[in-house]
Write a protein that binds this ligand. Structure first.
Ligand code: ADP
Ligand code: AMP
Length: 222
């Protein structure tokens, strides 16, 4: 059975950081809706033009286009053994669409990792975030600095700060998370899929907690 995982949590919780590591360790792709939108922005596609106005304000891109974009990605060959979803779903409508999408493929979610972290930690994490322009690896000036300042450890690509990582937009994104995405915690808890992860721990500790949860799940449902 494919391993279909969701990483759920506020902006700055560590979803992208963990998704990259898990993707390496588990051999399944990391599918991040935010990364897909940023790629559309770079390529100047019509979808990118549409998404820009929402992203610049820290608002959510409308469900219909977001769902369509993710559907296209999940139908690609490399997702057949499973995916690690990061930043999707973000609304109840997206969660329901994902259920239908996976059901249509004869699949169902393995687990939803809910990365718990207090709001006061988020701004500090987002403000210090630097991302590799080449491979998307995520660093933090203080908590996870690259070996050479401004350069990626993996491919020496230049590091950049995201345009929506200004404090004003960060605060809006956190607010939008509480209003529109946090209800998914109950949605998945009711379905018995939610695994709570202590997100204030170190990067390797969070990874190990997730790997342990996957092993337990596999042992229970091989
Ligand atoms: P998200 O994808 O949830 O928005 P990121 O993975 O981009 O979050 O992480 C946000 C910032 O916090 C990055 O700069 C990252 O290096 C840092 N970070 C991620 N996980 C941890 C952690 N467990 N402890 C300290 N800093 C972390
Ligand atoms: P992220 O990279 O996950 O922090 O997302 C960056 C921005 O992309 C968000 O602030 C939204 O504007 C947009 N976005 C990403 N994922 C979604 C989604 N699932 N639904 C709607 N908008 C999204």
């Amino acid at each position: 059975m494919p391993l279909d995982l969701i990483l759920l949590g506020p902006p700055g919780a560590g979803k992208g950081t963990q998704a990259k590591i898990l993707s390496q360790r588990l051999g399944i792709p990391h599918v991040a809706s935010g990364d897909l939108f940023r790629e559309h922005l770079r390529q100047r596609t019509a979808l990118g033009q549409l998404a820009r106005q929402y992203m610049e304000r820290g608002e959510l891109v409308p469900d219909a286009v977001t769902i369509q974009m993710i559907r296209g990605r999940l139908e690609q060959e490399d997702c057949r053994q499973g995916v690690i979803l990061d930043g999707f779903p973000r609304t109840p409508a997206q969660a329901k669409a994902l259920d239908e999408l996976l059901t249509g493929m004869g699949r169902s979610l393995t687990a939803v990792f809910y990365i718990q972290i207090r709001d006061e930690f988020l701004i500090r994490r987002l403000a210090g975030r630097w991302t590799c322009q080449v491979c998307g690896a995520v660093y933090h000036v203080e908590f996870n600095p690259p070996r050479v300042p401004g350069r990626c450890d993996l491919d020496e690509g230049p590091l950049y700060q995201r345009e929506d990582d200004t404090e004003e937009i960060q605060r809006r994104r956190i607010q939008v998370y509480h209003e529109q995405t946090a209800p998914l915690v109950w949605f998945y808890r009711e379905r018995g899929l939610l695994v709570e992860i202590e997100g204030e721990r170190s990067v390797p500790e969070v990874t190990e907690a997730m790997i342990r949860a996957i092993q337990l799940q596999r042992a229970a449902d091989p």
